[in-house]
Write a protein that binds this ligand. Structure first.
Ligand code: 6RS
Length: 115
C-alpha cells in the first residue's frame, strides 16, 4: 500500500544524508569557488546577473536551522549553486570547470545514496 505521509524516521534519515552529501561537496577539491557567498563587490556584475545567490555555507546554515522542509528543497539549493555558476562563468573558465565537476559529482552521489 502506498505510504500516506512521511514518517519522522524517513525525514531524519533524509536529513542525515543531506548533511553527509554537503560535507562531501565541501571537501571536494573543486569546491573552492562555492564555499562562501560570492562577494559581489569583488565580482563586478554578479549582483545584477545572479538573482538568487547560493553557496555551500548558506546551505549548511539553512540545513542546521531546519530550514529545509524536505529533500527536494535541499537539492534545489544545491542545484542553484551550479546553475548560477553556469550562468555567470564561461564553461572553460577555472570556476566554470569547477562547477561542472561539482555538479557531476553531486548527481552521482545523491543518486547512489537516495535512489
Ligand atoms: C562561484 C563564483 N561565480 C562567479 C564568480 C565568483 C565565484 N566565486 C567566488 C567565491 C570567487 C571565486 C574566485 C575569485 C573571487 C571570487 O574573487 C574575485 C577575484 C577572483 O577570484
Amino acid at each position: 500500500p502506498a505510504r500516506k505521509s512521511k514518517t519522522s524516521k524517513d525525514s531524519s534519515s533524509e536529513l542525515a544524508v543531506c548533511h553527509m552529501l554537503l560535507a562531501e561537496l565541501e571537501a571536494h577539491r573543486c569546491a573552492w569557488p562555492f564555499l562562501t557567498p560570492v562577494n559581489h563587490k569583488a565580482v563586478p556584475g554578479y549582483k545584477k546577473v545572479i538573482k538568487r545567490p547560493m553557496d555551500f555555507s548558506t546551505i549548511k546554515e539553512k540545513l542546521t536551522s531546519n530550514h529545509y522542509l524536505n529533500l527536494e528543497t535541499f537539492i534545489a539549493d544545491i542545484n542553484l549553486v551550479f546553475d548560477n555558476c553556469k550562468k555567470f562563468n564561461e564553461d572553460q573558465s577555472e570556476i566554470g570547470k569547477a562547477g561542472y565537476n561539482m555538479k557531476r559529482f553531486f548527481n552521482k552521489r545523491w543518486t547512489e545514496l537516495l535512489q
